[in-house]
Design a protein around this ligand. Structure first.
Ligand SMILES: Cc1cc2nc3c(=O)[nH]c(=O)nc-3n(C[C@H](O)[C@H](O)[C@H](O)COP(=O)(O)O)c2cc1C
Length: 194
């Protein structure tokens, strides 16, 4: 029962934490988080998820790649990226001690619809956020333009036809997050079918 309470409380209390700092998850905790991701429901057991972990120096080196891809995107519109735009992109992954890119390796020929394969990777992301919450680790799911950039996908070992489902940031919360609004009324989203 105690475990049930913990899981339910992690589900109900998970919040996006914008500011994450050291310490990040330990190797053991990160392993548990990834295993929680890979335990998500998965129609056809295709295991479409791919996890790419960034920590330490690798975050900055990948940031350089992100900045280069931004530069190319902006130039393709006939514009020039500013130094501050590039600097911001470079330091993106430094916003947390550990970032995990979750990719969806999609089989477009399979009888399981691609949207369901993608859904399995989104379920993996949520499992990971909830696992982190249960371990007392702050987390945040981010996406943004790099997720849809083919050069970024290639760097993540994904194909053009694959998707980046999320960039999951993990670390210690810099400040206490506000609990979900007590005024939240889910009745507007829930009906009983008669
Ligand atoms: C698919 C997906 C992509 C998201 N991308 C971003 C993002 O790029 N930047 C951001 O600030 N939050 C992002 N979020 C987090 C949402 O903004 C956040 O979940 C929402 O504000 C609700 O807050 P909560 O997570 O604390 O409940 C994303 C969430 C999901 C599910």
């Amino acid at each position: 029962m105690e475990e049930t309470t913990t899981i339910l409380s992690a589900l109900l209390n998970r919040r996006s934490v914008g500011q994450l700092r050291e310490p990040g998850p330990t190797l053991e905790q990160l392993d548990a988080i990834i295993r929680a991701g890979a335990s998500a429901p998965d129609h056809g057991r295709l295991k479409p998820w791919r996890f790419v972990i960034f920590k330490g120096e690798a975050r900055l080196r990948f940031g350089e790649l992100l900045a280069e891809s931004l530069k190319v995107r902006i130039e393709s519109q006939g514009l020039t990226a500013t130094e501050s735009q590039l600097e911001k992109e470079k330091s993106k992954l430094l916003r947390a001690p550990v970032v995990v890119a979750v990719g969806a390796a999609l089989d477009h020929e399979h009888s399981i619809p691609v949207i369901e394969q993608f859904a399995a990777t989104a379920a993996a992301c949520e499992n990971m956020l909830v696992a982190a919450t249960a371990l007392g680790i702050g987390s945040m799911w981010r996406t943004g333009d790099p997720s849809y950039d083919s050069s970024v996908k290639t760097a993540l070992n994904l194909k053009e036809s694959d998707m980046v489902t999320g960039w999951l940031y993990f670390g210690s919360a810099a400040a206490k997050t506000a609990p979900i609004s007590q005024n939240y009324n889910h009745s507007q989203y829930v009906t009983y079918w008669h």
